[in-house]
Design a protein around this ligand. Structure first.
Ligand SMILES: Nc1ncnc2c1ncn2[C@@H]1O[C@H](COP(=O)(O)OP(=O)(O)OP(=O)(O)O)[C@@H](O)[C@H]1O
Ligand SMILES: [Mg+2]
Length: 310
């Protein structure tokens, strides 16, 4: 067998030909030109080293190319999901404005008409009706318009995470008990006068808790919920929301837009998330975010068999 054939046999890269290997750092003469002897053996050993290096680089390049293709595909899917989530949000706001706000405004408009008629026929009744109409308008402003504004952007996060959490949980106080625990470092960082948690990170935390609470309300039948906010290391934040509800089989549940949007938001912030649940054992949603949010997406780590990450 020729030297080049022996060499080809020792490399696993399909296109790592002898010529390519020699061209990397070509010796002056080929092993065939040198002929048998110690010099040839030395050259062969050198070439073998080149061949191994070349093979390693070849497979490493293939691996990186695949990784890049996967990332581009993931990015494409993520954009699709973001569009779907935005569309769902628009639909919700449209339903809120059209269904609730408009219907209530029509009712108020009719009552005002009644009031105008009463002004000439029964002033006492008209006077009694006016405060009721004012209360109804106030309710529309306070509940429905505020809710639509919150869906678009929760301005309260400009103050801090904790005030925003208080606003969020107030909507659920009639359904389950909620305990909020923030470690002292978190409280210090979330100082409204000099908030050291970036606004992007605050918005992610808000949206995660918003979806977590909405899921508990809709699916969990829980009586108690714990929200934990902590700063486990100098450069990361942890958010955990746990309920004592019915739980669900994570591995047999297709995530809806809610969990998908959590995955996308947390991924876009450079964080990781996981959901742990089992039937009758409640559910725990955990998110970890870098303090300097908004890096490239990163997959979750350290997951148990009952945990799934979308
Ligand atoms: N805290 C929870 N307790 C029980 N089941 C849950 C909980 N959170 C999520 N689930 C289950 O996970 C599923 C997926 O949740 P996800 O938020 O992605 O979708 P969804 O709430 O069904 O719809 P939406 O897109 O409106 O959020 C839910 O349908 C539910 O079965
Ligand atoms: Mg949901």
């Amino acid at each position: 067998m020729t030297v080049s054939a022996r060499l080809r046999q020792r490399t696993t890269a399909p296109d790592a030909s002898y010529q390519e290997l020699c061209s990397v750092d070509s010796p002056a003469r080929s092993p065939e030109e040198v002929g048998p002897g110690p010099e040839n053996e030395l050259m062969l050993q050198q070439l073998e080293i080149y061949a191994k290096e070349f093979t390693r680089y070849y497979w490493e390049r293939r691996r990186l190319e695949k990784e890049l293709r996967d990332q581009v595909e993931e990015l494409r899917l993520s954009r699709q999901r973001i569009v779907a989530v935005e569309e769902a949000l628009r639909k919700e706001i449209a339903e809120l404005l059209h269904g609730r706000v408009q219907t209530k405004l029509v009712v108020v408009w009719h009552r005002l008409g009644q009031c105008i008629d009463l002004l000439t026929t029964d002033m006492t009744k008209a006077k009694a009706l006016l405060p009721q109409i004012r209360d109804e308008i106030d309710q529309i402003r306070e509940r429905d318009v505020r809710q639509a504004a919150h869906l678009l952007h929760p301005s309260v996060i400009q103050i801090g995470v904790l005030p925003a959490v208080q606003t969020l949980i107030s909507a659920y106080k009639d359904y389950f008990q909620i305990a909020v625990n923030a470690d002292p470092q978190f409280v210090q960082m979330d100082n409204p006068l000099d908030n050291r948690i970036q606004e992007e990170a605050r918005l992610i935390i808000y949206r995660v808790l918003e979806e977590g609470l909405s899921n508990i309300h809709r699916h969990a039948r829980a009586t108690a919920v714990d929200i934990n906010l902590s700063v486990p290391t100098d450069d990361s934040l942890n958010i955990a929301i746990a309920d004592n509800g019915v739980g669900f089989d994570v591995s047999h549940t297709t995530p809806g837009l809610g969990l998908v949007s959590i995955a996308d938001r947390v991924g876009a912030g450079g964080g990781a998330w996981s959901i742990q649940s089992a039937v009758t054992c409640g559910t725990r949603l955990i998110v970890s975010l870098p303090l300097t949010a908004t890096g490239p997406g990163r997959k979750s780590q350290g997951l148990s068999s009952r945990t799934r990450v979308a």
